[in-house]
Design a protein around this ligand. Structure first.
Ligand code: 13P
Length: 254
């Protein structure tokens, strides 16, 4: 399968930005700018904005995601949110394994796998994040790290379930730093992830999976990154908070 046959998807990760009022405003600005998008468009908003985002995007081409979910269906997990709760609300996607969750909140490959399986069981579509830190890149172990993160996160996941999953390669050193991986670096690692998928699930599954790049993607560099054969989309942080910038990236994906 060629790149053209894979679904291109641009997703915004709003992180801990915008309360419901600001979210409604940003979505209203974005809707007309994104309506002619030739790719999938997702916004992953804070939990408190989900209801607002679902209402505001009704009838539009913008899909709504959360930024995490717990692995248990319910129980004594103060402040956590289950995949089933998100599904009930009407949420479609969920980011899992973001490096900020790994770095600041002790998330591990094993808990990412648990969350991912819970998300699939609840009918959510995971956006699974993997990526190396700067030290690992300098040590020359990027491929090993990303392979390991991908394989552990996908333990117990079937080829059929893979159709629901987007993978995002986010080199940690490029997130929020203004340092972007070069298009060749992004392409190389996205290609390595595709190779892992081929080993686990076969060529056709690997070729059909959408693999995004994330890390300081912006209008100025989006076209070059998205033009690479293994880069099927972007997971956008800072630039997703400005409707015009996010729309420019969406249009670069066409
Ligand atoms: P930035 O685009 O702000 O670097 O963030 C990327 C990211 O972490 C998306 O999940």
């Amino acid at each position: 399968m060629k790149k053209e046959c894979r679904a291109a998807v641009i997703a915004g990760n709003w992180k801990m930005n915008c309360g419901p009022a600001a979210a409604a405003k940003l979505i209203e600005e974005l809707k007309p700018l994104a309506e002619d998008a030739d790719c999938g468009v997702i916004i992953c908003v804070p939990f408190v904005d989900l209801q607002t985002a679902i209402e505001a995007t009704k009838g539009s081409n913008i899909h709504v995601g959360a930024q995490n979910c717990h692995w248990a269906e319910s129980g004594a997990f103060t402040a956590e949110i289950s995949a089933g709760m998100l599904k009930e609300l009407g949420v479609e996607y969920v980011i899992l394994g973001h490096s900020e969750r790994r770095q600041y909140f002790g998330e591990t490959d094993v808990t990412v796998n648990q969350r991912l399986r819970a998300a699939l069981n609840a009918g959510l579509k995971p956006i699974l994040c993997v990526g190396e830190v700067l030290e690992q890149r300098e040590q020359g172990v990027t491929e090993e790290i990303v392979r390991m993160q991908t394989k552990i996160a996908l333990q117990g996941v079937t080829a059929e379930e893979m159709k629901q999953i987007i993978i995002a390669y986010e080199p940690v050193w490029a997130i929020g730093t203004g340092k972007t991986a070069t298009a060749d670096q992004a392409d190389e690692v996205c290609g390595q992830i595709r190779k892992v998928l081929a080993q686990l699930y076969g060529e056709s599954c690997a070729e059909a999976t959408t693999i995004q790049y994330g890390g300081s993607m912006k209008p100025a560099n989006a076209k070059e990154l998205l033009g690479k054969v293994h880069v099927d989309g972007g997971l956008i942080g800072g630039a997703a908070l400005k409707a015009a910038d996010f729309a420019a990236i969406i249009h670069a994906a066409q």
